[in-house]
Design a protein around this ligand. Structure first.
Ligand SMILES: Cc1cc2nc3c(=O)[nH]c(=O)nc-3n(C[C@H](O)[C@H](O)[C@H](O)COP(=O)(O)OP(=O)(O)OC[C@H]3O[C@@H](n4cnc5c(N)ncnc54)[C@H](O)[C@@H]3O)c2cc1C
Ligand code: FES
Length: 278
């Protein structure tokens, strides 16, 4: 009999970080050492995470492929499965199928600068690339991160933001929406596109990675364009609803693409070709 593609790996929750009141990060370790040894993935890929008896949810792999022995996912409590996941504790076992999807072509970006622009809970897929690039720091020129959230409370990876801020070879700009600041807040106050426009990072020899809510993407693209970025040099990951994750059910279809197989990583030159309602 062939391999059952729907059979998940059994993963032990090794660590839980509460990022915000409704966002958690799980560090997951394989319960089977042989499976752990045979597992690899690349930045940009995703998986199906399951709570037995509840169902599966799609999240990116938020840790870097350069960090071996575990994977991490960061998820917001949105509905049935994510609520059940959030109720799990360290030591519990959950399921994981993957890795699925295409990848950010990091190998092609050697010698270039990287600009990451992200909002809210959309930082996890870029966090994977950020750590990947930082672990290969000599391969890249400037690394700039512009990250915003509605309020200080909504910023994810607060500890890592401090770590990145302390590094002399990264420019990190954090911002919160007007009214979302605290008296101690030292970052910017304003929406991501405005803050990006003010920072005006150079576009020459630079790849931009953009991930965020649709309104942020819509308002950020013209800013990137004005800065000189072409749609082919701006990458994103799409979050179409998925079921199988392996190109069988058709749930994630948009235009000529199955996001689970052809994506989730796309350039905006490809996104421009998608049906108008997308
Ligand atoms: C490739 C990919 C990567 C993703 N990565 C992450 C991640 O790293 N972290 C994270 O928190 N979420 C991520 N998502 C979104 C996540 O899959 C959904 O929020 C999650 O499946 C909801 O599961 P649920 O059963 O708890 O909610 P449901 O009961 O299914 O739905 C609850 C709410 O979430 C909305 N929703 C469901 N699926 C999606 C979706 N695919 N996109 C947007 N909204 C949705 C519904 O419309 C509803 O309002 C990703 C989705 C895809 C396709
Ligand atoms: S999720 Fe089933 S075909 Fe893409």
């Amino acid at each position: 009999m062939g391999k059952n593609e729907y059979k998940p790996y059994l993963m032990r929750i090794a660590e839980i970080t509460e990022e915000t009141p409704d966002v958690n990060t799980f560090r997951l370790e394989f319960t089977n050492e042989e499976e752990a040894g045979g597992f690899s993935f690349n930045a940009g890929q995703f998986g199906e995470y399951s709570v037995f008896g509840e169902g599966e949810s799609t999240f990116c792999i938020a840790s870097s492929p350069t960090r071996k022995g575990y994977i991490e996912c960061t998820f917001r409590r949105a509905g049935r499965v994510t609520k059940a996941l959030a109720a799990r504790e360290v030591g519990d076992t959950i399921g994981f199928r993957g890795p699925y999807g295409n990848v950010f072509p990091i190998g092609d970006w050697k010698g270039k600068s990287l600009l990451f622009v992200s909002g809210g809970i959309a930082l996890p897929p870029l966090r994977c690339v950020i750590w990947n690039a930082l672990d290969l720091r000599e391969d890249f020129k400037d690394i700039t991160i512009v990250y915003g959230a509605r309020s200080v409370q909504d910023l994810v990876y607060k500890k890592e933001l401090e770590e990145w801020r302390a590094k002399p070879d990264i420019t990190l700009i954090t911002t919160v929406d007007p009214g979302g600041e605290t008296p101690e807040w030292k970052g910017e106050i304003g929406f991501v596109p405005t803050v990006l426009e003010k920072a005006a990072p150079a576009s020459a020899d630079t790849i931009a990675l953009l991930c965020g809510p649709p309104i942020m993407i819509k308002l950020t693209l013209p800013v990137l364009s004005a800065l000189g970025f072409s749609p082919g040099n701006i990458f994103t990951t799409l979050e179409n609803r998925m079921k199988c994750g392996i190109g069988k059910c058709g749930r994630c279809n948009v235009g000529k693409y199955f996001v689970c197989k052809d994506g989730p990583v796309f350039t905006f030159a490809q996104v421009d070709e998608l049906p108008a309602e997308y």
